[in-house]
Design a binder for this molecule. Structure first.
Ligand SMILES: NC(=O)c1ccc[n+]([C@@H]2O[C@H](COP(=O)([O-])OP(=O)(O)OC[C@H]3O[C@@H](n4cnc5c(N)ncnc54)[C@H](O)[C@@H]3O)[C@@H](O)[C@H]2O)c1
Length: 340
């Protein structure tokens, strides 16, 4: 196989996190960019020295394309992923893979039919701190897990919603804080615990009420499959984008993720274990620096399908179900069971 010919659909805020790793990949080439904003798309394609398409269906008809990166608004993911898989392309999709359970079932069916692979971008699983948390849990050195608490306090404002009007709308974003920002946190919690059994929570719109019809804050309690408890709070109403604060309580100590450093606390002794690398340049620091690793892992799997250990549709389904269960729980004020 020659170089992997990659294309990015959607040249908005996140596209640079995909373009840079593709441009720097020794076995890949950024072949094309797609955006309905023709002026922006053409200018970027010129910068990257790649082709430009205004309609993603023309891109999918191009036999030279091996893999497409979906970086578009949430309501477009379903049709684009299904069409790309049907056209025989590998797909690397931004989260959330889709917006709800019925769309998820359609994607699962499309994956079953496809000869190509779908990966979903849960890059924070690849952060050094996340990897170290998993290793510590699997080693059993701290004993059984008792609970996880996670607190995500970010800042989203008028300009963020005005620049991309698909945000803040149920029909096009499918929610806001939970499905867009905190889905990474919910994914990490369930991934660390090894699955979630049931969840109860409240979502609300407080400070951003005049701007968005979706939620800006949420809290939840959850029970994991391993018997541990999860405590979760997230908001887009803070005044800055604080790094995720997370604590895991075990029988013999704690792990604490604090300002991108992972600490272990045993018998009141606090030891720093590892720091996350923070990105430079145009990438927002609080997004983390692991898109590159996620893309490299997926490309390794395209070159050798036995290689991939990253997030697939089954992984992506769990946090999406948690998000939707929280919307349902809040509306019905009850616990929601999640499928195993
Ligand atoms: N993994 C992360 O940490 C992370 C961070 C930010 C955003 N995201 C995800 O990335 C995706 C895009 O978000 P964003 O913030 O970059 O959005 P954005 O609004 O900044 O960009 C979306 C782009 O898609 C283009 N577009 C719209 N309709 C199109 C169509 N039919 N065909 C081609 N292009 C089209 C728009 O013109 C725009 O350039 C979302 O799924 C979001 O959740 C992920």
């Amino acid at each position: 196989m020659g170089p992997i010919h990659a294309a990015i659909i959607g040249a908005g805020s996140i596209h640079g996190c995909h373009a840079d790793p593709i441009l720097q990949h020794p076995q890949a080439r950024l072949y094309a960019l797609v955006d309905t904003d023709v002026d922006k798309g053409r200018a970027l394609a010129e910068k990257y020295n790649c082709r430009f398409y205004a309609d993603y269906r023309d891109l999918l008809a191009d036999a030279e394309v091996d893999v497409v990166h979906i970086c578009t608004p949430h309501h477009l993911h379903r049709e684009m992923i299904i069409a790309a898989l049907a056209a025989g392309k590998h797909v690397f999709s931004e989260k959330p893979v889709v917006m709800n359970g019925s769309e998820l079932a359609q994607i699962q069916a499309a994956v079953e039919r496809a000869d190509t692979q779908l990966a979903v971008c849960y890059q924070n699983r690849l952060n050094p701190t996340s990897q170290r948390i998993r290793q510590t849990i699997q080693s059993g050195t701290l004993g059984n897990m008792l609970s996880i608490k996670a607190c995500l306090t970010w800042h989203r404002h008028g300009a963020y919603y005005n620049q991309s009007p698909w945000r803040g709308r149920w029909a096009t974003e499918g929610g806001s804080l939970l499905i867009n920002q905190a889905i990474h946190t919910l994914d990490l919690m369930q991934w660390f615990a090894g699955g979630v059994q049931r969840i109860k929570g409240v979502v609300e719109t407080s400070l951003l009420e005049s701007l968005i019809e979706t939620e800006d804050s949420a809290m939840a309690t959850m029970e994991f499959t391993n018997g541990a408890r999860g405590i979760f709070y997230a908001t887009n109403c803070y005044t800055t984008d604080s790094p995720l604060a997370l604590e895991i309580h075990f029988e013999r100590g704690f792990l604490q993720l604090e300002r991108n450093t992972l600490w272990q606390v045993v018998d009141e002794q606090r030891t720093a274990l590892v720091n996350d690398e923070l990105p430079h340049g145009n990438v927002k620091r609080y997004w983390g620096d692991s898109h590159r690793q996620a893309i490299n892992d997926f490309y390794a799997a395209i070159l050798d399908p036995t290689q991939y250990g990253g997030a697939d549709i089954h992984d992506a389904a769990v946090s999406l179900r948690m998000v939707n269960a929280l919307y349902q729980s809040s509306a019905q004020r009850r616990w929601i069971d999640l499928p195993r």
